[in-house]
Design a protein around this ligand. Structure first.
Ligand code: SF4
Length: 327
């Protein structure tokens, strides 16, 4: 089997599939109030096309798939895609969602074969949530977390983008939430990927500082990591729940990166911050064979760059926005 190996010897095993660029929230660091010019439906991959490409990628060594967006649950009948993907012999099939409609879908997604969910949640304060997302929907997200746990989509991982000066006063509230609900709460360093180029390094609260604040109140013990982006910790006092940090900016983990991304309009991205991408939709629709698609994919992976250059003079934010790449 040809491995998806790049010029630095990293092997890709984890595929993130964006199924839509649309979202029902308008997070201020990600999307303008009026949304974006959405990708036209005929430009978007159908479920059948996603399954064909996923089969080729699984045959090349992909072992886990995460469905993302925009907000993936805005794509109708997503459980049908989950059911198809669950037939590919994956080790892990998960979903990243903002949780606003999860309470409605959790059961059918679990029945279709979904293993677990990551939920993006940046505030536990209803007023601040509304300020940060421009939608009054916190209670729906909390209902979604409960529904996911009840449906067995566990461990539920809550991803909180930490923005210095905005939600950093909620770190301990999120830790208490993890202990109360037995969720994994991961604090993500703020990255330059949103619309309007509003990012600056002053808005980054380092993982080291986040951990220092948590450990002072709730002593932590480190857990094993592997190629996971998150460094995870449990509590010395044995409490349920775990916390983690994803330190993309201050302690990049690109040397262990095993991730690839497929956009909803059919482009393969070897890195979140890549400035080039490979069109798989056109050859697929032109009748390319699985072997021809595999060759295109392996060539792209072989040329994968060393990683992002955030903080370096040469750093440039990718043209494609986060809402069109997926987490
Ligand atoms: S920045 Fe790119 S290379 Fe680095 S971990 Fe993220 S996807 Fe991988």
């Amino acid at each position: 089997m040809t491995l998806l190996i790049d010029r630095y010897g990293r092997v890709a095993r984890d595929l993130r599939i964006s199924v839509t660029d649309r979202c029902d929230l308008r997070c201020t660091y990600c999307m303008p109030e009026d949304g974006l010019d959405w990708i036209a439906p005929d430009q978007q991959l159908s479920f059948e096309e996603i399954l064909k490409l996923s089969q080729v990628l699984v045959d090349l060594g992909i072992r886990s798939v995460r469905l993302t967006g925009g907000e993936p649950l805005m794509r109708p009948h997503l459980d049908q895609l989950v059911a198809g993907l669950s037939q590919l012999g994956l080790e892990d099939l998960s979903l990243t969602t903002n949780g606003t409609t999860l309470a409605r879908h959790a059961k059918s997604l679990a029945t279709a074969g979904l293993d677990r969910v990551n939920i993006s949640l940046d505030s536990l304060n209803a007023h601040r949530f509304a300020e940060m997302t421009r939608r009054d929907a916190l209670c729906k997200v909390l209902e979604g977390i409960t529904a996911a746990q009840e449906a067995g989509l566990t461990p539920v991982k809550v991803n909180c983008v930490m923005i210095a000066g905005t939600n950093e006063d909620e770190i301990l509230a999120f830790v208490q939430f993890a202990r109360r609900t037995d969720c994994d709460v991961r604090f993500i360093e703020n990255m330059p990927l949103g619309a309007g180029n509003t990012w600056n390094s002053q808005k980054v609260l380092s993982s080291a500082e986040i951990l220092r604040r948590i450990d002072a109140a709730y002593p932590l013990v480190g857990m094993s990591r592997g190629s996971e982006p998150a460094a995870s910790y449990s509590f010395v006092d044995g409490s349920p729940g775990r916390v983690g940090v994803i330190s993309s900016v201050t302690e990049p983990f690109c040397e262990q990166c095993d991730r690839l991304r497929l956009t909803s309009d059919g482009f393969l991205r070897t890195c979140l911050f890549a400035h080039t991408e490979t069109d798989l939709r056109t050859p697929l629709r032109a009748g390319a064979s699985p072997e021809e698609l595999a060759e295109l994919i392996c060539s792209a992976v072989a040329l994968k760059g060393p990683g992002h250059a955030i903080g370096q003079p040469e750093f440039e934010q990718p043209v494609r926005l986060m809402s069109r790449i997926g987490g």
